[in-house]
Design a protein around this ligand. Structure first.
Ligand SMILES: [Zn+2]
Length: 462
């Protein structure tokens, strides 16, 4: 269905206007006999005037219509919206033409609005079918190139291109009420620092304002593209809104304020960064200083340890030398003592030789006999005399055994009495010899047993 048709004499006619836009009347084209040869402005196929059940005037293609006519498949809803837009344009005291093709065919407007002096034109596009953002931007560019403004209009809740091209969302009214614009216009709220969607305008008011050049299409600054939709309590990203210059000025002022705030924030951050750098530098200097102090202390400690080690080594060397000297002294003393012992032994041996040299073998025998006789009586055993004769360990006396036990020593040498085994009897020839032993002071006189044998050998009377 379409609202425009080509009349064979009057040219283009418009079913939405009382005089069809050219001084004719509806009955002059509707149900006439013979038929007026009306043609579709888009495809050139024959059309005829009709009235819908809702009393809407329009043109329908004749049978055998071409399948590719752009207006063939447009819905009633689409047509109603176009009609509504045309009505709003005319209410704004502008000229409105429906279903207009550009002379060169680059665009085809649903409703082309024109100012009376013909200097300004705005295409109002009822875009109900899906279209990509790229395609709708390309079509917008074609209008711009032709010097025609454009506003895309949709009743759909979520048209993806809404806000990417000059556009509004409209709401079909309840019975008897006016169409409203629920998306597209926006006001800048300085307190929120954001654009706020205006959804309370009547379509006719909006079209009137747009025709007067206020509001204008405004491309939001990148940081203001989150637009607040109060009715839905959501932000939506939008690039273009319809607004008035005071709001654009407010956005500009707000942006300047934000930039000043950003600059102050950057300045504060820079100051903070410098302060942190200084703090870090100071900390690093302290750390290096502490490191130097530690190194100095470590060096001092090492020197102290080295000194101590040197001292210990010196002490150890001194101690070693002292021990060596002591050892030498000890060895010398030992040698001297040994020497002295040897001398004393030699002296004792010589003294013993002289001591025993005083006696003849007979006198020795005599003494042994003198010892043996009383022992036989007291012990009922004969004493055994050491066959080795005088030995150093018996003080150069002769050991006397009774039943293999040491009983006494026969005639120890006076200078060797210190060698006597303890608690043994000592037998000597006579009182003089006993006196000689006791005179040394190194023997208990109670241990001395002596006889009365003469010092000199008695001449034998044999
Ligand atoms: Zn057609």
């Amino acid at each position: 269905m379409a609202f425009a048709a080509i009349h064979p004499e009057a040219g283009r006619i418009d079913a939405t206007l009382p005089d069809l836009g050219c001084g004719l009347t509806w009955p002059a084209v509707h149900k006439t006999r013979p038929r007026v040869a009306l043609r579709c402005p888009e495809c050139g196929h024959g059309v005829h005037a009709k009235v819908s059940a809702r009393n809407l005037r329009y043109f329908a293609h004749d049978p055998g219509r071409p399948a590719d006519c752009a207006w063939l498949n447009e819905s009633l809803e689409h047509h109603l919206l176009k009609l509504e837009l045309a009505t709003a344009v005319r209410a704004a005291d502008w000229h409105a033409e429906l279903e207009v093709r550009s002379p060169d065919g680059t665009w085809r407007a649903d409703v082309l609005a024109s100012s009376h002096d013909g200097t300004r034109r705005i295409a109002w596009e009822a875009q109900l079918s899906p279209i990509t953002i790229d395609d709708i931007q390309e079509r917008t560019e074609r209008y711009r190139s032709a010097g025609v403004g454009v506003c895309w209009v949709s009743p759909a809740a979520q048209a993806p291109w809404m806000g990417h091209v000059p556009s509004i969302r409209v709401r079909e009214p309840a019975q008897g009420q006016a169409w409203t614009v629920v998306e597209g216009p926006a006001a800048f709220d300085i307190d929120y620092g954001a654009w706020v969607a205006v959804d309370t305008l009547e379509l006719t008011a909006f079209v009137r304002w747009a025709s007067r050049g206020q509001p204008v299409v405004h491309e939001l600054r990148p940081r203001y593209r989150r637009v607040w939709f109060g009715s839905d309590h959501v932000y939506r990203r939008r690039r273009l809104v319809w607004t008035s210059s005071p709001h654009i000025d407010t956005e500009t002022r707000h942006e300047a304020m934000r930039q000043r705030q950003d600059a102050r924030k950057r300045q504060r951050e820079e100051q903070q960064r410098q302060a942190e750098q200084q703090t870090a530098a100071e900390a690093e200097a302290r750390r290096q200083d502490e490191q130097r102090q530690r190194e100095i202390r470590a060096a001092e400690e090492a020197a102290r340890r080295d000194e101590q080690l040197r001292k210990w080594a010196a002490d150890a060397e001194q101690a070693r030398q002292r021990r060596e000297a002591e050892e030498k002294l000890r060895q010398a003393q030992q040698r001297a003592a040994e020497q002295q012992r040897l001398c004393q032994e030699q002296d004792e041996r010589l003294a013993a030789d002289r001591w025993w040299g005083e006696l003849s073998a007979a006198q020795i025998h005599e003494l042994r006999e003198a010892v043996a006789e009383p022992l036989w009586k007291t012990h009922a055993a004969r004493p055994e005399f050491d066959a080795q004769g005088p030995t150093p360990d018996r003080a150069y006396g002769i050991a006397i055994y009774i039943r293999q036990r040491l009983h006494g020593v026969l005639r120890p040498s006076p200078v060797s009495l210190h060698r006597l085994p303890p608690a043994v009897w000592v037998y000597v020839r006579n009182a003089r010899e006993a006196q000689q032993l006791a005179g040394t002071g190194t023997i208990d006189t109670a241990r001395i047993v002596y006889f009365n044998l003469p010092d000199h050998e008695q001449m034998s009377l044999i």
